[in-house]
Design a protein around this ligand. Sequence first.
Ligand code: ZN
Length: 399
Amino acid sequence: MSAWENNEEIQRFREYLRIPSVHPDIDYTSCVEFLKKQAADLELPINVYYPSLPTKPVVVITWIGQQPELPSVILNSHMDVVPVFPEKWTHPPFSADMDEEGRIFARGAQDMKCVGMQYLAAIRSLKANKVTLKRTIHITYVPDEEIGGHLGMEVFVKSDDFKKLNVGFSLDEGLASVDDIYRIYYAERSIWQINFKISGNAGHGSLLLKNTVGEKLQYILNKMMTLREQESKRLESDSSLTIGDVTTVNLTKIHGGVQSNVIPPLLEACFDIRLAITVDHKEFENQVRKWCAEIGGGIELEFEQKEPKVPLTKTDATNPFWIGFKKAIDDLKLNVNILVFPGGTDSRYVREAGIPAIGFSPMNNTPVLLHDHDEFIKADTYLRGIEIYKKIIPAVVNA
Ligand code: ZN
């Protein structure tokens, strides 16, 4: 038995981890019931909203501040987790086993049930110490982040219920780090997924027709892969850059054709592109359309995703919430890197709504195992995270 077995916060966290809120077709009922129990224990009001479908709840636990008329702070986490391959795990992924070293194994241990429970643990401690805070806090639990948040945060931020929360700032997930340095994220790249629907002259496979889909595909592939290579070199040659600072380009789907001896009239190729925050979106789109024209046209661009340019969260003196956050980080003497997040999180919807958002998961000296087999967090890392939030939350909320 490990030293942390009887720690009440660890027990609560493991209970949450045991709820298999795993894609696909998640039934969020158990999460909602669990969170209602947490709110009752903390004597805090709870609301459940359904901004999209009755099966997609958004749970909001509220701690009213002394000046509730001021813009509030949301502490956000998502309830859903990505699928597992149980045979690849050394512990069952929804048992939340803890080993001798205090490693707690479960899907969601890092991404991001830890953060959702750390917020509550920190608030429990602050309340027990009779701390009162200036602004109102809404601890939000959203569905479906792992499948794009389209029926979760994306619609919730546009709802009247959200507007009534009068949100001024948001904290959400970041990533673990293997070294001592904590990662803090102030922006995300824009996701564009472009399906090139390439039309050309069809005919017999024995001929040398002009303007075929194969030639056009080759041209587009060359242009996109050249861009990929340039960005790859830029990243490798400058050690101050991380993957979030460059544009990534990947060919993800390709299909078409009917029969081996028939030149088809249509081929489709899809690219997943993450536009660096420095890229001019209009210019980029014009460039892609120019390439299509150069090879004879007949290429339709279908955007499966085309995210707009989202305002960055200011990390300077103009953002009082940042000042509060940074002061807490400095008081705790944490080493931090301030970065652009490599993937997409619900923070993009919050930022798009004009609300500053910071991504931060307090997990240093931890292997990055989100979406991987044997995802775990160490009990002492988890408990340290609670201590960190006990400083950060008041600093931000009193900003
Ligand atoms: Zn996540």
